[in-house]
Design a binder for this molecule. Structure first.
Ligand code: GLV
Ligand code: GLV
Length: 363
């Protein structure tokens, strides 16, 4: 191989490996056992010559790594993730390194986990499982693990991009929930999903429900986030993490939610003030959360793990075989494409193949 490409982790599938090695790359996959590589670890991996790196969301891709990669002649970095809050894109630009991410292939998988957490929280599935395993079940009772019926309730979606829109579609279509969403921008994607459901020809979904004796579902775009907090029974967070969404859900906003609401987060941990959430959960035992992400991963804020009204899973929203193989393939394509000087690969499902494709090397 002419080009030296490093993957900081082993990734699922073999297609991404074949892509690289069949296209003039010598691929080195880091076998270091520790889960999270430090900046120093990665600088050592990059060494004196490296053309591109596939990295992970646990790594801090900032000034130090991009300057090291640039010094080694590297032109491309891809995160194996759609989120890129671990990547300093300005630093990458400064050192002439193009940055890629892996959107599109994880949309449905991530939305399905948000839906799974919604159901698990509404029906208290984890608590009930623990109860069974603890040998506490001694017979059916009318009050045992009573939860919430989703049908007819309102689902709130905050951040209506690809993932938020797919989640909205699942909850509305699958569970006949009413929908309220908040996004700074009107989401044609989400509105296409819902109007597609409500107004297909020859008969609208609403009319279909009415004709079958069902109450039609309603939907609207909220004019403020508070409107969603106040009206929704389940709220799922799907914004990107940046300065404007850090602690988007704080103590004051939690207080605006219904006492028996359910909050789901499959975006990034710092979108919620997790310490404030722990206090809120303690004070409101009927309030429930489903969390895939945490403010200081891999840690949880003190007290969270003891709460029955919290479901916690270890950042697995994109963890389906198809998706993870797809993410690995896209990450490899990002790096390979840039190295080979191809125009940026693009298809309709993939709107941001490179975040900064016009990056120029420093003069
Ligand atoms: C996972 O969290 C991702 O951003 O892909
Ligand atoms: C990420 O894929 C999003 O825009 O929701």
């Amino acid at each position: 191989g002419k080009y030296r490409v490093i993957s900081t982790k082993s990734m699922p599938g073999t297609r991404w490996i074949n892509l690289l090695i069949q296209n003039d790359c010598r691929l080195e996959i880091c076998t270091e056992k520790k889960t999270i590589l430090s900046v120093e670890d990665i600088i050592a991996l990059i060494g004196a010559k490296c053309d591109g790196v596939i990295g992970q969301l646990t790594e801090d891709w900032g000034e130090e790594l991009f300057s090291a990669l640039s010094r080694a002649g590297g032109k491309a970095f891809s995160n194996m993730a759609v989120g890129y809050n671990n990547v300093n894109v300005d630093a990458a630009n400064k050192y002439g390194v193009a940055v890629g991410n892996t959107p599109g292939v994880l949309t449905e998988t991530t939305a399905e986990l948000a839906a799974s957490l919604s159901l698990a929280a509404a029906r208290r599935i984890v608590e009930a499982d623990e109860f069974m395993r603890a040998g506490l079940y001694d017979g059916w009772l009318p009050h045992l693990f009573v939860g919430n019926l989703l049908k007819g309730q309102t689902v709130g979606v905050i951040g209506a991009g690809r993932i938020g829109s797919a989640y909205a579609r699942m909850m509305v279509e699958g569970f006949k929930m009413n929908l309220i969403y908040f996004d700074l921008y009107q989401s044609t994607r989400l509105e296409k999903f819902v109007t597609g459901m409500f107004l297909p020809s020859p008969i609208s979904y609403g009319a279909f429900l009415k004709a079958s004796g069902e109450t039609p579902v309603t939907w609207k775009r909220a004019s403020s986030m508070d409107e969603v907090l106040q009206e929704a029974d389940i709220i799922s967070l799907h914004p990107v993490l940046d300065k404007t969404t850090y602690h988007l859900v704080n103590k004051e906003r939690l207080a605006k939610m219904k006492k028996e609401a359910i909050l789901i987060n499959c975006s990034r941990g710092p979108v919620i003030d997790e310490a404030a959430l722990v206090e809120h959960l303690k004070e409101n035992p009927l309030f429930r959360v489903g969390l895939d992400v945490f403010e200081d991963e891999p840690y949880m804020k003190p007290g969270l793990a003891d709460l029955k009204n919290a479901i916690v899973v270890p950042h697995i929203a994109s963890a389906s075989k198809w998706t993870r193989e797809g993410m690995a393939t896209l990450a490899a394509l990002n790096v390979l494409g840039k190295i080979k000087g191809y125009p940026v690969w693009f298809d309709a499902n993939r709107v941001e193949p490179f975040l900064n494709e016009n990056a120029q090397p420093p003069a």
